[in-house]
Design a protein around this ligand. Structure first.
Ligand SMILES: Cc1cc2nc3c(=O)[nH]c(=O)nc-3n(C[C@H](O)[C@H](O)[C@H](O)COP(=O)(O)O)c2cc1C
Length: 196
């Protein structure tokens, strides 16, 4: 298998990290890989807001989990069950409770990625950019986890600390670090291909 395929198959969502920082040059190489992603009309809508300060990461994690819990309470039991079965981050509730940081998993780097609110293709382009970063990180010996929950950061009282202009919205966040677990590969569905 070549290096690209290796990164694709070996990448896992890692939810436990060693207390080791990631060098700024490495972060910059990852962002450079993100910038190489395709984007609709080549508008490169992404902006990266990078947090490495432990206290700030913990603060956002705490505030986001409070908001996420409130949102979950609004979800009907049936929908919650559906999520439980389809998403690791709901199915491992016990693990989550035991982990100190339920959102960013004590990773040393959190990257919030935004796109302009008015960009219809923003989410898709940001997704492509994020995947480039995840794969580049894997290729460089790092681990990552995409964090959709991070969107709730926009509702936190300390959101202003990120200095994100009002015209942008947080689409996604990625955590990056040196993993301290080897998660099993979640089963991939295969009944989803239709040759016409
Ligand atoms: C859009 C998106 C949002 C996600 N949000 C979260 C999240 O908030 N927390 C989390 O632990 N994992 C999150 N994940 C990771 C998925 O749960 C994970 O990718 C999936 O279970 C497959 O596992 P794998 O990445 O190890 O192959 C998210 C993934 C995607 C693509």
């Amino acid at each position: 298998m070549n290096d690209t395929l290796n990164s694709i198959y070996e990448r896992r969502a890692v939810r436990k990290y060693k207390d080791i920082p990631v060098a700024k040059e490495v972060i910059e190489q990852l962002i450079a890989a993100g910038r190489m992603a395709p984007s609709a009309m080549n508008n490169q809508p992404w902006k990266f807001y990078i947090v490495t300060d432990k206290e700030k990461i913990e603060l956002f994690s705490k505030e986001i989990s409070e908001i996420a819990i409130k949102q979950i309470k609004h979800v009907r039991i049936k929908d919650l069950l559906k999520m439980t079965l389809s998403h690791f981050h709901f199915s491992k509730v016990i693990d989550l409770i035991k982990t100190q940081d339920h959102i960013f998993y004590n990773a040393p780097v959190v990257i919030f990625i935004t796109a302009p609110r008015k960009d219809d293709w923003g989410k898709l382009s940001v997704g492509m950019c994020a995947q480039n970063i995840l794969l580049a990180a894997k290729a460089m010996g790092l681990d990552t986890c995409p964090v959709g929950f991070a969107k709730f950061v926009m509702q936190t009282k300390d959101y202003y600390l990120l200095n994100i202009p009002a015209a942008e919205e947080v689409e996604f966040a990625l955590v990056i670090g040196f993993g301290d677990e080897l998660p099993r590969e979640p089963k991939r569905l295969e009944d989803n291909v239709f040759y016409i």
